[in-house]
Design a protein around this ligand. Structure first.
Ligand SMILES: [Zn+2]
Length: 102
């Protein structure tokens, strides 16, 4: 793996591997108020909305607009792919490309 300045962040300034890209603090959208860290790249894809799988489930139960989101293509892949929740809260340090999709 190449050293890549600071823009991607495979290593922090101490040379420690972080491999998670830039992280941003998010507040869970389900209303529970839980804060968690999501990858900026995921947030840009419309992910990183919920602190956990149960939060997402809660939010979707409350919500009737699921189909609307489907039409917008926002939550569709999250709805279908519960593997996205295999990383528990926050900074998993995982480098897999499909992790942390919530
Ligand atoms: Zn929540």
């Amino acid at each position: 793996m190449k050293w890549q300045a600071h823009n991607i962040g495979f290593f922090n300034s101490n040379g420690v591997k972080i491999m998670a890209g830039k992280m941003v603090e998010r507040t869970c959208k389900c209303g529970c108020g839980v804060k968690f860290m999501a990858r900026v790249a995921d947030v840009k894809r419309g992910w990183g909305k919920y602190a956990s799988k149960s939060c997402k489930a809660k939010a979707q139960e409350k919500r009737t607009g699921q189909y609307t989101n489907y039409l917008r293509g926002i939550d569709d892949r999250n709805n279908r792919d519960d593997k996205e929740f295999s990383v528990s809260h926050g900074i998993g340090g995982q480098s897999g490309s499909s992790l942390q999709g919530w």
